[in-house]
Design a binder for this molecule. Structure first.
Ligand code: ADP
Ligand code: ZN
Length: 620
């Protein structure tokens, strides 16, 4: 019989403070030297027996907030989680770090589940993951037999009707407080506005629970938007972007199912391993794609919003929105799937007239037109922003952020503002002269003197404005026209084939009674300066030699992962490998004290990694 798991190593010295014990366990099991913002406050709060609600962005380090109290406390922590895949990932990560954890779920046989429960009774398990249904059925049996150290409710927004992921099974969790009045309950989520937050507290009967709300900023993610790039040009830019991210995992979000398939096919033709993912695909195929992505066998997934929910993959290095998403909430949630390990990551969004009109028709059909139109407008404002994008984003989420981030395309380039009045007058005049019967492509074709059959047959080639804008490219006109739309110089008649209509402001512009400014159209595709993240996060690869070692370590990680049948990032995160490539430990003690390397990982991996580093140093 095994002895019950104990962390009493530290507890034999009663004089040590909670903080000192927590730090020692953090180093021993996770290899980290300090807590992330807010983690220690939450841990202390729970250890004092209090309930709380923890709101942190993805990658903010929520799990530690309950895992550490589970390690510090007596008994077993119960963790409620909505998705089997998430539970499996978490348990895998914990066990990999030498922490006894298990999940009760319907994928296990009854015998396996019974065995797990026995181990919990015997005190061998520190964290037990369960689905809400399971917890409710087993509650009465367990109640008297195990010492529950705390109850953590992950993805807690699922309990609220106001949240976007309401799950009826979560509604029953309200009884927990009554059944376990003395056990601290901690609810955790990455998405909850104020109403949802209050609702979570109410539904869980943890009135008065303290709310820990962390900044939603994700400083390691570079933000960028490309307007008015379409078709083959867009594909070329995407290919170039992916080439810059050689072998690095990424997700491309598309609006429609068929777009995901086209995109994947186009990328495959360029030799990139890409797969589509959307709700209509067979379940087996979706599972396979997900697994291949997690295991770094497929580099790119082209997905509708249905992808990413149950994925904990920490080394997603980039996100592309091939089309503008319909709301800032959705956009930020998807962007947040990149860079969970804190290493530099990139988010690029494309947006065009086509997106605006498609999203507008979605909004009109949604039955909640006013709300969705407003969300779309805010999204457009973000896309057209002339100030730091992070400012716009965080202010949307009611967060104060009163500096420029220095890590978005606007901060990188500070786009030049130009007086656009004359250009606007050309376009508005064309709109007026077509009798407000033409869409944006036709207007641009008129301005650029196209000999297109539609133009000629409608007689538009005889208009006074025909050809006045030929000095500018089609893409440039698109870029300026998008800004005119966003600033209200004209409207699109979404219910009448997207023809352009003059507004009062547009008429004023046309008559010379008003002015308008644009951000200049300029082409750019360059890698963000990752050293800027280094300043904030205190690490980065300093030179090409380190980059090369990093690549070799990644290859070694993948090889080991395949041998072990686990996803690569569960061995070490990209961030840990970067630190390794920088510090180049070649002895066991040097390896053991490194960032992100605890006792269990040292034991298991010091040999192959230090050998690889030694070999590299010999050769270079
Ligand atoms: P969330 O659940 O909030 O998305 P996670 O709990 O998955 O975030 O943590 C995100 C990443 O941060 C993980 O790779 C985790 O190992 C790491 N992490 C957590 N706490 C710390 C810490 N104190 N120091 C360094 N890294 C940490
Ligand atoms: Zn910025």
């Amino acid at each position: 019989m095994r002895k019950p798991f104990s962390t009493s190593l530290m507890m034999t010295q009663p004089a040590t403070t909670l903080e000192a014990r927590a730090l020692a366990l953090l180093k021993r099991f996770y290899g980290y030297d300090s807590f992330l913002p807010m983690q220690l406050d939450v841990i202390k709060h729970i250890m004092n027996g209090n309930d709380c609600l923890v709101l942190m962005p993805t990658g903010g380090g929520k799990s530690m907030c309950y895992q550490m109290p589970a390690l510090l406390g007596e008994g077993c922590a119960i963790v409620v989680s909505p998705l089997l895949a998430l539970m499996a990932d978490q348990v895998e990560a914990l066990v990999g770090n030498g922490i006894p954890a298990a999940a009760l779920n319907s994928d296990n046989s009854e015998a396996q589940n019974r065995d797990i429960v026995e181990q919990v009774y015997a005190g061998h398990i520190k964290l037990l993951y369960v689905s809400p249904e399971r917890l409710m059925t087993d509650l009465d049996v367990w109640l008297n037999r195990i010492k529950v150290s705390l109850i953590a409710i992950d993805e807690a927004h699922c309990i609220s009707q106001w949240g976007h992921d309401f799950r009826p099974e979560y509604a029953q969790l309200g009884v927990l407080k009554e059944r376990f009045p003395a056990v601290p309950i901690v609810a955790l989520t990455a998405t909850a506005d104020k109403i949802t937050r209050e609702d979570i507290v109410k539904q869980l009967h943890i009135d008065g629970a303290r709310q820990f709300i962390n900044s939603f900023d994700r400083p390691n993610i570079h933000l960028a938007v490309r307007s008015a790039v379409k078709g083959a040009d867009k594909l070329r830019e995407i290919a170039r972007f992916i080439a810059r991210h050689d072998g690095e995992s990424g997700i491309i979000y598309c609006l429609r199912r068929k777009d995901t398939e086209n995109m994947a096919r186009n990328l495959q033709r360029m030799g990139i391993t890409a797969k589509p993912f959307h709700a209509a695909l067979p379940v087996a195929e979706k599972k396979l794609t997900q697994r291949q992505f997690i295991n770094d066998e497929v580099q790119v997934v082209c997905a509708t919003i249905a992808f990413g929910m149950g994925i904990d993959k920490s080394n997603v290095r980039w996100i592309i929105h091939s089309n503008m998403p319909k709301s800032m909430e959705g956009y930020y949630q998807e962007v947040g799937r990149a860079g969970r390990d804190g290493a530099p990551a990139e988010a690029l969004m494309f947006y065009s007239f086509g997106d605006v009109s498609t999203l507008m028709s979605f909004a009109i059909d949604s039955g909640q037109r006013a709300v969705n139109e407003e969300k779309l407008r805010r999204m457009q404002q973000y896309a057209e922003s002339t100030v730091c994008r992070r400012r716009v984003l965080l202010s949307y989420f009611n967060e104060r952020y009163d500096k420029d981030c220095d890590y978005c395309d606007v901060c990188d380039n500070h786009p030049e503002q130009i007086d656009g009045t004359t250009l606007a007058q050309m376009a508005l005049s064309a709109i007026a002269r077509t009798g407000e019967k033409a869409g944006v492509t036709t207007i641009i074709n008129i301005l650029r003197a196209s000999r297109n059959a539609d133009i000629v047959s409608a007689g538009y080639d005889r208009l006074k404005t025909y050809g006045v804008g030929r000095a500018l490219s089609h893409a440039a006109w698109n870029h300026y026209m998008l800004q005119m739309l966003q600033q209200g110089a004209f409207e699109m008649a979404y219910d009448r084939g997207n023809v352009l209509l003059l507004t009062d402001y547009g008429r004023d512009l046309l008559q010379g009674r008003a002015t308008i400014s644009f951000t200049e159209f300029q082409y750019r595709d360059k890698a963000p300066d990752k050293s800027k993240v280094a300043k904030q996060r205190a690490f980065n690869l300093a030179n090409e030699r380190d980059e090369e070692l990093f690549k070799e370590l990644k290859a070694l990680r993948l090889e080991l992962a395949r041998q072990l049948g686990k996803p690569a990032y569960t061995i070490f995160s990209d961030k840990v490998l970067m630190v390794m490539a920088t510090e180049k430990p070649v002895t066991r003690p040097a390896f053991a004290t490194m960032y992100g390397v605890g006792e269990a990982k040292t034991q298991q991996f010091w040999h192959p990694f230090t050998q690889a580093i030694a070999r590299f140093l010999n050769e270079h």
